[in-house]
Design a protein around this ligand. Structure first.
Ligand code: SAH
Length: 251
C-alpha cells in the first residue's frame, strides 16, 4: 500500500493528524527533499527506509515502491503542501494503478494557505474578488496556451503564483501587460510557516526590485491582488441586516 501524504507548507505541526500517523507507521518513506521539512522525518519509526525524491527519477521512485510492495511493506510518499498542486502525483498514481498497487491520498495544507495566513489575508474578499487564480509563469517547463500570465491577469482576480519567484521581472511585465496597475498590491512570501519565513509587501510595479532587494529567488509565492490591501465590503453572512438559513435579520 502506498499512502500519498501532503506534508503541509513547512512547519512540522502543519501536517494533518492522519498524515502524521501514516508517517509514524511507514516502513518506507519517499519525501520531496527540496521542500519537505526534514524535521517531519524525526517521527519515522526506527529502521524506516528513507529516500529523498529530489535526487530520484520517476522510474527510481517506482522501483522503490515496487520493492516495498514485494516485501509487504507500507510506503509513504511525502509531498510538500498538498500533492494536488504541482506535485506530479498523477503520473505516479497512473503507474501504480497500471501495476495493481493500491494507494490512497491524504490532503495537506498548501503553501498557498500558509502564505495567506502569514499575511493575514483573505483571498475572496467581497467587493474585491471572489476568485483565486492558482498558476505559474512558464519557465523551463511550459504552460498551456490560453493560460499565460498576461491573459489570466486580465481577470483582476486574486492570484497566487507558484514556481515563479526566480523570474520576477517577467512576472511583473506580464502582469502589467495583462492589465494590473503599477500600484496593484502584491506580496512575496518566502518559506511560509518555516522559521526563516520572510514577507515582502510591495506592488506589481515594484515586484522585481522588491524581490531582488530581499534576495528572494525560490521557495516563495507571489500573491497579487486588491485582497492584499485596500477597501472591501463586509460579508453578508455576518451582516445583522441579512437573514441566513441559520438566523433572522435583526429589525
Ligand atoms: N504542492 C505544493 C507546491 C509545490 S511546487 C503546495 O501545495 O504548496 C513548489 C513551489 O511551491 C515553490 O516554488 C514555491 O512557489 C511554493 N512553495 C512551497 N512551499 C512554500 C512555502 N513554505 N512558502 C512559500 N512558497 C512555497
Amino acid at each position: 500500500m502506498v499512502h500519498f501524504v501532503g506534508a503541509g507548507p513547512g512547519a512540522p505541526d502543519l501536517i494533518t493528524l492522519r498524515g502524521a500517523k501514516l508517517l509514524r507507521e511507514a516502513d518506507v518513506v519517499i519525501y520531496a527533499g527540496s521542500l519537505v521539512n526534514p524535521a517531519l522525518l524525526e517521527n519515522c519509526k526506527p529502521g524506516c527506509e528513507i529516500h529523498n525524491s529530489a535526487e530520484m527519477t520517476l522510474p527510481e521512485v517506482l522501483s522503490v515502491v515496487r520493492k516495498a510492495e514485494r516485501n509487504g511493506k507500507t510506503t509513504v510518499r511525502l509531498h510538500t503542501g498538498d500533492a494536488s498542486l504541482y506535485g506530479a502525483i498523477r503520473e505516479q498514481l497512473d503507474a501504480l494503478s497500471a501495476e495493481g498497487i493500491p494507494f490512497d491520498i491524504t490532503p495537506g495544507v498548501s503553501s498557498l494557505f500558509g502564505a495567506a495566513a502569514a499575511l493575514g489575508a483573505e483571498f475572496t474578499l467581497p467587493g474585491v474578488s471572489q476568485s483565486l487564480i492558482v498558476t505559474r509563469l512558464a519557465g523551463r517547463t511550459p504552460v498551456p496556451e490560453g493560460e499565460g500570465l498576461r491573459a489570466l491577469a486580465a481577470h483582476g482576480a486574486s492570484m497566487a503564483l507558484f514556481l515563479s519567484a526566480g523570474m520576477l521581472e517577467r512576472v511583473q511585465a506580464e502582469l502589467l501587460a495583462g492589465g494590473c496597475r503599477e500600484d496593484t498590491p502584491a506580496a512575496l512570501v518566502y518559506k511560509a510557516t518555516w522559521p526563516e519565513e520572510k514577507i515582502v509587501r510591495c506592488s506589481v510595479g515594484t515586484l522585481a526590485a522588491s524581490g531582488e532587494a530581499a534576495g528572494i529567488r525560490n521557495t516563495a509565492l507571489v500573491l497579487v491582488g486588491g485582497f492584499l490591501e485596500g477597501p472591501y465590503e463586509k460579508s453578508k453572512l455576518y451582516d445583522p441586516a441579512f437573514s441566513t438559513g441559520f438566523r433572522e435579520a435583526a429589525r
